[in-house]
Ligand binder design. Structure first.
Ligand SMILES: [Zn+2]
Length: 75
């Protein structure tokens, strides 16, 4: 019976994409970057470039503290 497979496919279609680690936008073309000890999912290379710059400056902890202080804005 193919119905179960069809239902799984449909659920996958309806599931919203995960949010970008940096900006919170839906991730459609995933970019992964290792940042502050974990792999992060990003929506574009622009966000990856921001995190790369933060790491280059050694500001990961300041970035995470700021991020936790300001939750993503609903759009
Ligand atoms: Zn992003």
């Amino acid at each position: 019976m193919a119905l179960a497979g069809l239902q799984a496919w449909w659920r996958g279609l309806l599931r919203p994409p995960p949010p970008c680690f940096h900006c919170g936008d839906p991730v459609r073309q995933a970019v992964q970057l290792h940042f502050a000890g974990a792999n992060r999912l990003l929506c574009c290379h622009g966000c990856a470039a921001v995190l790369t710059a933060v790491q280059a400056a050694g500001q990961e902890q300041a970035y995470l503290a700021h991020k936790n202080a300001s939750p993503p804005v609903d759009s």
